[in-house]
Design a protein around this ligand. Structure first.
Ligand code: AMP
Length: 218
């Protein structure tokens, strides 16, 4: 099953993605993480995306569609995927449909994380992220070692940092980009008959996982 996790930055998609991926026994495709990994590796794609990401602007659709196509074509993704932070524009949604249909697959559902802006701003202002595995944390201090998998398993060894695009100006830009370019994607999905399920994304992490599982019938 391929599912799209949809919602504002900081809505909890990155926290729920591993839990839902485990429940479905499929891997995650997170374009933000793919771009950060490309930047860490110093690839031309990563370096070109850096300024957009730091500001909180969206990266060009053709770059994102290139990642989607490359990743979803890998054998590990043959049984499906949890898409975190993809798709964010109508051209990306249309492009994803094409990639999936070329691969003989289809989108199972779009799971919308519903959350007010005030909660987003409060959450992001307290959020730290591992500089290696990108796991999100709250209630920690910068500079301490990451204890999420895979870092805790000894291969990562990441440290908690504040993402540049979690600074207040960039968060405002990201929320503006969500409203302008991403929100219209929902109407596009509803219009073409895709299964869209919405959950309340405010509350304890375990409870939100339960709501998501219930909404997806897992
Ligand atoms: P995320 O980790 O999902 O919050 O993404 C971090 C940043 O990567 C975003 O603010 C964008 O600059 C870029 N990005 C990630 N995914 C996409 C996407 N599907 N479309 C455009 N830009 C993206």
């Amino acid at each position: 099953m391929v599912i799209v996790l949809f919602g504002k930055p900081g809505a909890g998609k990155g926290t729920q993605a591993p839990r839902l991926a485990a429940a479905l026994d499929v891997p995650i495709l997170a374009t933000g993480e793919a771009l950060r990994a490309a930047l860490r590796a110093g690839t031309p794609m990563g370096l070109a995306a850096k300024a957009f990401m730091d500001r909180g602007d969206l990266v060009a659709d053709d770059v994102i569609l290139g990642i989607i196509k490359e990743v979803l074509s890998q054998p590990a993704y043959v049984n499906g995927a949890v898409l975190d932070g993809v798709v964010r524009t109508v051209p990306q949604a249309a492009g994803l449909e094409k990639v999936l249909s070329d691969l003989g697959r289809s989108l199972g559902a779009v799971l919308v994380f519903d959350i007010p802006d005030e909660e987003i701003i409060e959450r992001i202002s307290g959020r730290l992220t591992c500089d290696k595995c990108s796991a999100p944390f709250t209630g920690r201090v910068p500079g301490i070692a990451c204890d999420a998998l895979p870092c805790s398993s000894g291969t990562g060894g990441g440290v908690l940092v504040r993402r540049k695009d979690d600074e207040p100006d960039a968060v405002k830009t990201r929320l503006d980009a969500y409203r302008k370019s991403t929100e219209p994607v929902l109407a596009w999905y509803i219009g073409n008959g895709t299964r869209v399920a919405t959950i309340n994304a405010v509350g304890p992490v375990d409870e939100i996982t339960e709501r998501a599982r219930l909404a997806l019938g897992l």
